[in-house]
Design a protein around this ligand. Structure first.
Ligand code: BMA
Length: 360
């Protein structure tokens, strides 16, 4: 009887364990599985704050050890750090946003040690035309990168360089650092060569499958969680139209910038739809890029971003970079002296938002 009871308990324990969510990669490293589970669990507790290029530069400084516009305003670092690898494929030492790749890996390692989460985007060169990620002049780019296409070999070379970068991301103990990798983003728009009107649905899906398979199975990379992230979308069908499959994707996200009236409503609608899809699929959900007109709407952090997203269990909301001293591009994060500074502190102090100290 006792033995039977023990056996039953063991079985129940195993069943509970077996139910724990796992990433799409069956060979994901222990750290990657742990991060996946941690993020799924955390998203029921609060919403992490993320910032693109938080450490390399701010509005008025460039590459100063320890500096962060966000930390200078609220006293803590973001929980999620966004990085960009555009131009790595060209063997350039600096990214298209003038950040040294060797320094990016250093910061990723440092922030991983601190307990933060790192996510990588890739605005990479159009392999067919040699133009930028925004070069939409040919509708043949994606097809040309797939097996049999004239640029398949070149694309493999790009992926080899990406793989080298990823495989260098190790802890002091030699374990790979888990990364949220977010390529081919905003594809429901048509401003990148992988966008909606530039390639066919099947081509976009094949590009994803080809890329993941190459990195995971050919290059043996098992520390990536893959993020699918659209721009604005109108329905679940719209969101999932180009979704490459549950066996490839770990995080469902969308990018949405405040371009004026109607933003809150759209942001709320998208958050509602995505959390529903995420719950059904058991995936992480996030606002993978956002940004407000902070100079004009100085209460944006609380009244727009926070109050709109409060009802939903989202893993994080990441705002885009504070471009260094450029007049063309606004800073999407706060900085010392920015008009939204005090409001950001309020956002920081709200129990719903999680920063680095909250997730350690
Ligand atoms: C865009 C802009 C560009 C930048 C690119 C990649 O949204 O911020 O200036 O080069 O992202 O980070």
């Amino acid at each position: 009887m006792k033995n039977l009871l023990i056996a039953l308990l063991l079985c129940a324990g195993m069943a509970v364990q077996a139910k724990k969510p796992v990433p799409s990669d069956p060979k994901a490293t222990a750290e990657t599985v742990k991060l996946y589970q941690k993020m799924l669990q955390l998203q029921t507790k609060g919403m992490m704050f993320g910032h693109q290029d938080d450490l390399p530069y701010g509005t008025k400084w460039y590459d100063v050890e320890g500096r962060s516009d966000v930390k200078e305003v609220c006293g803590d670092y973001p929980a999620v750090f966004g990085w960009e690898l555009g131009h790595l494929e060209l063997d350039h030492p600096y990214s298209l946003d003038s950040v040294k790749f060797s320094k990016i890996s250093g910061w990723i390692k440092q922030m991983d040690r601190e307990g933060a989460i790192n996510t990588i985007s890739w605005h990479f060169t159009n392999p067919l035309t040699g133009g930028t990620a925004w070069d939409t002049s040919s509708k043949k780019t994606v097809a040309s990168m797939l097996p049999g296409g004239e640029k398949n070999k070149l694309y493999n070379q790009y992926l080899d360089k990406l793989a080298t970068f990823m495989l260098e991301l190790k802890t002091d103990k030699g374990n790979y650092i888990p990364i949220l990798f977010r390529p081919f983003h905003e594809h429901t728009g048509s401003w990148f060569w992988w966008g909606k009107d530039i390639c066919k649905i099947a081509e976009y899906k094949s590009l994803w499958r080809y890329t993941v398979t190459y990195l995971r199975d050919t290059k043996n990379i098992h520390h990536l969680l893959y993020a699918y992230s659209t721009d604005r979308f109108a329905s679940s069908e719209d969101y999932l139209e180009r979704y490459p499959g549950d066996d490839l994707i770990d995080l469902l996200g969308f990018d949405l910038y405040d371009r004026g009236p109607g933003y809150s409503a759209t942001l709320g609608d998208c958050a509602k739809m995505i959390t529903k899809i995420g719950t059904k699929k058991g995936k992480i959900v996030a606002v993978t890029e956002a940004g407000g007109p902070l100079a004009t709407d100085t209460d944006w952090w609380t009244t727009v971003l926070l109050e709109t997203l409060r009802p939903y269990n989202l893993s994080y909301a990441l705002v885009w970079r504070n471009a260094y001293q450029t007049k063309k591009e606004i800073a999407y994060g706060p900085y010392k002296g920015s008009p939204d500074e005090l409001n950001f502190v309020k956002f920081y102090n709200d129990p719903k938002t999680l920063f680095l100290k909250d997730i350690k």
